[in-house]
Design a protein around this ligand. Structure first.
Ligand SMILES: NC(=O)c1ccc[n+]([C@@H]2O[C@H](COP(=O)([O-])OP(=O)(O)OC[C@H]3O[C@@H](n4cnc5c(N)ncnc54)[C@H](OP(=O)(O)O)[C@@H]3O)[C@@H](O)[C@H]2O)c1
Length: 220
């Protein structure tokens, strides 16, 4: 499977890219500067010399040719980037892992973006894309450490059943991760905002916790 990473050169995108590449996906990195994508590809390769990771820096519209496209920019860049690539994202599953957060004093606080969540804003910016939200609560640090198995649930929301199914499948292809259908894109506001709570918990407890839900039937 090919995965396109939009804004994938940051810690979150490069961590998810390395993890998915380690499981056999071909990852196409987009950057606003081609040289930055090349640098990130080279950095990841040097970090994991024993592994055969298929990673490539490409122009942003080429990242949209992937089977699944992931959006991993800061919150204020997400909808404008999706709008600029809207024509290339027609019919594509576009997974937003973007959270709207702002630092206030020592705290990360949830911002209320226009339209309530970044995922909804992205869906409206690229109406032909099948937008889903996922991976908001998975700390990049754990995701990036390919020697460590993950242990978390990932809430997936979308207005498109096909996007939910493909995203849950992608999440659950990662050992230790369980993708959970968390409903329509209306859930994105609460999912994104909860990231601020989780970051606060992680700062307070000097941890890298993610989430696990209890009480679900085993195949959800
Ligand atoms: N860090 C985590 O543990 C984590 C976990 C889950 C979810 N997330 C979410 O994932 C997203 C990315 O997090 P991050 O820490 O990796 O972010 P980041 O480093 O701040 O940004 C990621 C990349 O986005 C590109 N970018 C920056 N501003 C942009 C703009 N205005 N328009 C388009 N592209 C822009 C940059 O790439 P180029 O300069 O190469 O274009 C940058 O390397 C955030 O929304 C975050 O909340 C983070």
């Amino acid at each position: 499977m090919t995965i396109g990473m939009l804004g994938g050169t940051g810690p979150a995108g490069r961590a998810l890219a390395a993890r998915l590449a380690s499981l056999g996906s071909d990852v196409l990195f987009e950057s606003r500067q081609a040289s930055h994508a090349e640098e990130v590809v080279s950095d990841i390769g040097q970090k994991w010399p024993g592994r055969s990771l298929s990673l490539q820096g490409v122009a942003n519209e080429d990242a949209c040719s992937a089977d699944i496209v992931v959006l991993a920019t800061p919150w204020d860049g997400a909808a404008p980037l999706a709008a600029s690539l809207s024509a290339h994202l027609e019919g594509k599953v576009l997974v937003s892992m973007v959270n709207a957060l702002g630092k206030v004093g020592n705290e990360m606080q949830a911002l209320m973006p226009p339209r309530g969540s970044i995922a909804v804003a992205v869906q409206q910016a690229a109406p032909g894309a099948l937008v889903s939200g996922a991976f908001h609560h998975v700390p990049a640090r754990g995701l990036a450490n390919l020697d460590e198995e993950l242990d978390c649930d990932v809430l997936v929301c979308s207005d498109h059943p096909a996007a939910t199914a493909k995203t849950v499948e992608l999440v659950s292809s990662i050992p230790g991760c369980r993708g959970i259908d968390a409903g329509s894109l209306s859930a994105a506001a609460a999912i994104e905002a909860f990231t601020a709570v989780l970051i606060g918990i992680n700062i307070k407890h000097r941890a890298h916790a993610s989430i696990r839900l209890t009480g679900l039937p085993s195949a959800s």
